[in-house]
Design a binder for this molecule. Structure first.
Ligand code: C6P
Length: 415
């Protein structure tokens, strides 16, 4: 279909949503900011900024510790955000929602606490070649410490997972399958329902790294029947420094604590300590209080628009961007799997990705360039690095045009 014939979603009031994000009306290098790096970190709406500011101005104290008014209020808001998160991913109980610093910490928590307790030498863990380093390195720690075997599923040239290879790698020694829900480089949505069903059939647990999925689609952890689900708040329009680990209660209950400190115990003597109930058993120390409350506000913001409408808008942008970028001479898109999310990585025959990012930045366009913390994937595709444009709820077709025009300038300079 020609670009002009493509439907532009009309019900979606992108201008109104853009007005919620103060940073989008700023300028970079004398040009209006075109922010196409939401996969690295999304911008924040006023609703989140104001909520965090309000916590510090009128409702801040430590949580779970004080009997005074402010502490009770902060605790109520902090636990209230946990309920918002529970509802957003349809977990069965708030005890299954563990606050962490982000997806990286969530995965490290499972690898350390679940892995050390449940794995022995010769047990197998399956990951894929498209994982972010955060879903590779924690499992390598376990491999080196416990002598478990780490296997990786290859990726097809279009960016989809090689499910035949996955089937062949899955054995009755597989104990954990830890895969991305969505690739941060290729935008591929993995067939997670099949992966979960097949993994459970051999008795393996499944962890999904939902870092690039949670902002683009509805996630229902009970419908998925997934064992662990990890994501970060900052890609979901919330603050940085806060993330989530969802785990099935029975699994979390049977796991030892990850870190020791205040709030994760029920009693401590010099001889021994006993642990607090879930979720606090995994939340040692003073947590990221305002950030957690801010994440609750971010989810409410997303819900007020509707995640399905956001997904539809982003699909339109992805289709538009794919066609526009394909018209740039010498540009190759990495990852064209059907149904992918709005992340477009690309290389150009005339310029290094770092040069691309530098030149387009002069035009106010922010894209990411590099290995995107996915070096095994880059090696798998035999490229050292790539440029990446990623789209969020606030991006527009005009911004895709600005990207395309600035890429034509790259061609003029280096071509
Ligand atoms: N990817 C990107 O530009 P943290 O840093 O813990 O919030 O998220 C880590 C992480 C884990 N898994 C996936 C699939 C991710 O995309 C990320 C973060 C960013 O692609 C920053 S490297």
């Amino acid at each position: 279909m020609a670009i002009e014939e493509m439907d532009q979603d009309t019900a979606y009031d992108v201008d109104a949503y853009r007005a919620d994000f103060p940073i989008l009306s700023t300028q970079v290098n004398g040009r209006p900011l075109v922010y196409l790096d939401s996969a690295a970190s999304a911008q924040k709406p006023r609703q989140v900024i104001d909520r965090v500011s309000q916590v510090y101005q009128t409702g801040y104290a430590n949580v779970h510790r004080g009997l005074h008014h402010l502490s009770e209020r902060a605790t109520e808001d902090y636990e209230g955000a946990r309920e918002i998160i529970r509802r957003y991913i349809n977990a069965a109980a708030t005890s299954e929602i563990i606050y962490t610093r982000g997806a990286s910490e969530s995965i490290n928590l499972v690898a350390a606490a679940w892995g050390r307790k449940n794995l022995k030498p010769g047990d197998e863990i399956i990951i894929t070649y498209l994982e972010h380093h955060s879903n590779i390195v924690p499992w390598q720690f376990l491999r080196d410490e416990l002598g478990v075997v780490l296997k990786a599923v290859p990726v097809q040239p279009d960016g989809s997972l090689d499910m035949e290879a996955f089937t062949a790698l899955l054995t009755d020694r597989t104990r954990m399958v830890a895969v991305a829900h969505v690739s941060n480089v290729l935008g591929t949505i993995l067939p997670v329902q099949d992966i979960i069903r097949m993994s459970h059939a051999v008795g393996a647990k499944v962890l999904l790294d939902g870092c690039q999925a949670i902002q683009h689609m509805a996630v229902d952890v009970q419908a998925l029947d997934v064992d662990f689900y990890a994501f970060s708040g900052h890609k979901l329009y919330g603050p940085s420094g806060i993330g989530v680990l969802y785990g099935k209660e029975a699994l979390l209950d049977a796991m030892p604590p990850y870190q020791g400190g205040g709030d994760m115990i029920s009693s401590v003597s010099i001889e021994k300590s006993e642990w607090a109930d879930l979720p606090h058993k995994f939340e040692a120390g003073t947590p990221a209080i305002a950030q957690a409350i801010g994440l609750g506000a971010a989810i409410e913001y997303v819900e007020s628009i509707g995640i399905d409408l956001i997904a539809e808008h982003e699909r339109d942008l992805l289709n538009y961007a794919t066609q526009k970028l394909a018209s740039v001479e010498g540009l190759t898109i990495m990852g064209t799997a059907p149904g992918k999310v709005s992340v477009v990585s690309f290389v150009m025959d005339c310029a290094h990705p770092h040069d691309i990012a530098t030149i387009v930045d002069r035009h106010g366009v922010a894209v990411r360039a590099g290995h995107h913390c996915a070096q095994p994937l880059m090696d798998h595709f035999d490229v050292g690095s790539a440029a990446r444009a990623s789209f969020g709820l606030y991006n527009t077709r005009a911004e895709v045009d600005a990207l395309t025009t600035s890429l034509e300038k790259v061609r003029e300079i280096f071509g």
